[in-house]
Design a protein around this ligand. Structure first.
Ligand code: TRP
Length: 448
């Protein structure tokens, strides 16, 4: 904690700042894009229930673990594992986390770039420039992808350069409330539409026969991705948290906020799909609901176009603005991880590091821009499989290397006697046994 602390680390100004920033990291394309499409792909309500269970019973304890490790060490993920363990081997957990974060950011930036290009698409369409609208929204066009990836990464770098409280905290304090207002307004608009009820029913009435190993794997991967677990974002954000804050409480708030936004996004997207269907757009493909990029970047824009006139344009622009804000508060957390690593471990200045690390990741994004099919592969390796793997490693590390007692000491600096509370005891059992076993079992069965 010696010289590195004095360089360029930073701290949150307030507890609310941390909560909004961590919630901003959590709430992202994962909630508004990935969650509804996974729900659609996995038969609606049943997925929602398994996802809720995974978030609160597995995600929440792992998030507490991440915050405790970060706050104890005041370090980036690599530095944190280095400091807590005598054996250097454990640094690999931190390195894997930083790699996953870097790779996730590289493809996330391309998708985030689409949220920008679709704002322009909606404007062009509204102005009657249909030809331009379809040109700019061609997600197979590498050059267009590249331009918008550059635009998105530039915004991300700009915020990270300004630091933890002046950059991340300030940006998320504006973006998160705006996001919530827009989301609620759009839901209000969609659910009062008579044609949306079929979508609501499919979302809210679970069909339990749909639950199987694949669904659980998908729900677990989704919970980890959505809560930003397993790649050091939470460790890093936790490292800027004040000792007096109550870790279980802030983790619970972040988890609840994230799940809430995902739930709300489902209320928006699934009903909107059925509205789209009633306006003549096909929402089924080979018997299943359209999912993935097709849903957000084809079905919904067609719906906005069919609404017609100014209304369609306004709803469309608003929707993609919502997506881009959600994406931005997440990309900053993804970039902050490798940036904090370089600042802590090599002592360079934040402004330079943010620029160079951001540009390096942008190079990978540019490559992906021209080969978008890589997104699925990267998502599978680094998020669906990579994050749970590192989740297991974090639980095992905390329990058997660093030891739960030390984590209790850390948590108790903001929550007296935590180890003697029921929550404390339950948390210990979850972190030591239940979370690693469930996550591992889930990973193994779905690979077999
Ligand atoms: N949670 C974000 C989302 O839902 C994505 C994200 C940001 C993320 N930071 C992360 C995922 C760290 C995994 C790890 O879109």
């Amino acid at each position: 904690m010696s010289q590195t602390e004095s360089t360029d680390r930073g701290n949150w100004n307030s507890k609310l700042g941390f909560i909004l920033a961590a919630a901003g990291s959590a709430v992202g394309l994962g909630n508004i894009w990935r969650f509804p499409t996974e729900t659609a792909a996995n038969g609606g309500g049943a997925f929602l229930i398994v996802y809720l269970i995974c978030s609160f019973l597995i995600g929440f304890p792992v998030m507490m673990a991440g915050i405790s490790i970060g706050r104890r060490t005041n370090k980036n993920p690599v530095g944190a594992f280095k400091q807590l363990a005598s054996n250097r081997l454990y640094i690999l957990i931190g390195i894997w986390a930083v790699i996953c974060g870097t790779m996730i950011l590289s493809f996330y930036t391309v998708i985030a770039g689409w949220t920008f290009s679709y704002i322009i698409e909606e404007i062009f369409y509204g102005l009657g420039l249909q030809h331009w609208a379809s040109w700019i929204s061609d997600t197979e066009n590498g050059w267009i992808n590249a331009v918008f990836s550059v635009a998105f990464m530039s915004c991300t770098i700009a915020i990270i350069r300004s630091g933890v409280s002046d950059g991340i905290e300030r940006a998320t304090k504006v973006l998160m409330p705006m996001l919530l207002v827009i989301l609620v307004a759009l839901i209000g608009y969609v659910v009062i539409h008579p044609d949306s009820s079929e979508g609501l029913a499919m979302y809210l009435q679970p069909d339990f026969s749909k639950i199987n190993a694949d669904l659980i794997f998908a729900a677990m991967g989704q919970a980890f991705f959505s809560l930003s677990l397993g790649m050091g974002a939470i460790i890093t954000y936790g490292s800027y948290l004040d000792k007096k804050e109550n870790i279980p409480q802030v983790a619970a708030m972040v988890t609840t906020f994230d799940v809430l936004v995902a739930f709300l996004a489902g209320l928006l997207i699934l009903p909107a799909m059925f509205m789209a269907q009633s306006s003549g757009i096909s929402i089924f493909q080979d018997g299943a609901l359209v999912a993935g990029p097709e849903l957000i970047f084809k079905v919904l824009p067609s719906l906005f176009h069919n609404l017609g006139g100014t209304l369609g344009t306004v709803v469309g622009i608003t929707f993609f603005a919502l997506l881009s804000m959600a994406a931005l508060t997440s990309t900053i957390s993804l970039l902050e991880v490798p940036v904090s690593y370089v600042i802590d471990e090599h002592g360079y200045k934040r402004k330079k590091v943010a620029l160079f690390v951001g540009l390096f990741i942008l190079l990978i994004s540019l490559f992906i821009s021209f080969k978008v099919s890589l997104i699925g592969t990267f998502d599978f390796i680094f998020s669906q499989a990579g994050l749970p793997v590192s989740g297991v490693l974090i639980c095992l590390f905390l329990s058997y290397v660093w030891k739960v007692d030390n984590a209790f000491d850390e948590i108790e600096s903001g929550y007296e006697n935590f180890r003697h509370t029921i929550l404390g005891k339950v948390w210990q059992v979850f972190i030591m046994f239940i979370c690693p076993v469930v996550i591992l079992y889930n990973l193994v069965t779905s690979f077999l």
